[in-house]
Write a protein that binds this ligand. Structure first.
Ligand code: SF4
Length: 283
């Protein structure tokens, strides 16, 4: 049986940057907290936990004083920085530069606009940490849409400025742009900004080709990973014999019967070492 790990799968530079920040701080002092899981992968979270990284939530942050808190790649709204300042918390800011740029872009647009006549719309997952960080840039005054039918809530007689969470599908974004274009009044402005990170989008053609050349595909990712869902669905389109697993224990022996080649791939939050463990388990 041939077993191949996709060389293009694994951490994107935003995740590598966050983990490097954590490792560097932990090497000096193991009293470090991370606001939310550092990455949507419980195995990697557990590995860093052993080194001292503790995951906290916003409620815990409110009651915490004089500590060191790492902000992960997804970014945070301004209220988090304010809270940290009030509580004398030192922030280790590992917000991904791509997300940071998007936060600034949305904020700038908001400050330029007359909010009574314009709507800032974000295509993304309601409640996702990155989206919360983006909405926070404009005092909560964004309309978040997750799918095409959600655009019914827009006022097509007011200006529309559309942005996207960084990990959404480019095709879905285009569909939403087309739909708004069809419905928006000619008298108003509609601008769309494709703010999707190419670290995910550029992987799609490759991962499809990778999936189609194997008899069986094991997609390794945490269930909370947004880009994992997008990339998994691309794999499943190219090869219906694709299974989502979170670790080697999820592999079912019956999947391997009569299989000549297995492809192992994953999300931008999947560590390489975990894909290697999956390969080892199969071999
Ligand atoms: S997917 Fe893109 S935006 Fe998100 S953390 Fe990775 S590099 Fe940054």
């Amino acid at each position: 049986m041939r077993v191949e790990i996709d060389q293009d799968s694994g951490f994107c530079f935003g995740v590598v940057n966050a983990i490097n920040h954590a490792e560097k701080e932990l090497a000096e002092d193991n009293d470090l907290y991370c606001l939310g899981d550092i990455v949507h992968n419980s195995q990697e979270v557990a590995r860093l936990q052993k080194k001292g990284l503790q995951t906290i939530n916003h409620e815990t942050l409110k009651e915490m004083y004089n500590k060191k808190v790492l902000l992960r790649a997804h970014g945070e709204p301004p209220s988090t920085y304010e809270r940290a300042k009030q509580n004398n918390i030192r922030i280790i800011d590992a917000t991904c530069p791509v997300v940071l740029q998007l936060q600034r872009k949305i904020r700038k647009k908001y400050l330029e606009l007359d909010s009574d006549n314009a709507q800032i719309v974000i295509f993304g997952k309601i409640g996702h940490a990155e989206v919360n960080g983006l909405v926070g840039q404009i005092e909560g005054k964004a309309i978040v849409i997750e799918k095409k039918t959600d655009i019914d809530q827009l006022d097509f007689n007011k200006d529309i400025y559309l942005f996207s969470q960084t990990t959404m599908s480019v095709d879905d974004f285009k569909e939403i742009v087309n739909e708004i274009q069809l419905r928006v009044s000619e008298k108003v402005v509609f601008h769309s900004f494709d703010t999707i990170c190419r670290q995910v989008a550029n992987r799609m053609p490759h991962i499809k080709a990778f999936a189609s050349k194997h008899d069986l595909v094991l997609f390794v990712a945490g269930e909370k990973s947004s880009n994992g869902k997008v990339l998994l669905s691309e794999c499943q389109k190219a090869n219906p014999n694709t299974h989502l697993i979170s670790n080697p224990n999820d592999i079912r022996p019956e999947w391997l019967a009569g299989i000549a080649s297995v492809g192992i791939c994953g999300a931008t939050s999947t560590p390489k070492w975990l894909m290697e463990e999956v390969a080892k388990a199969i071999k």
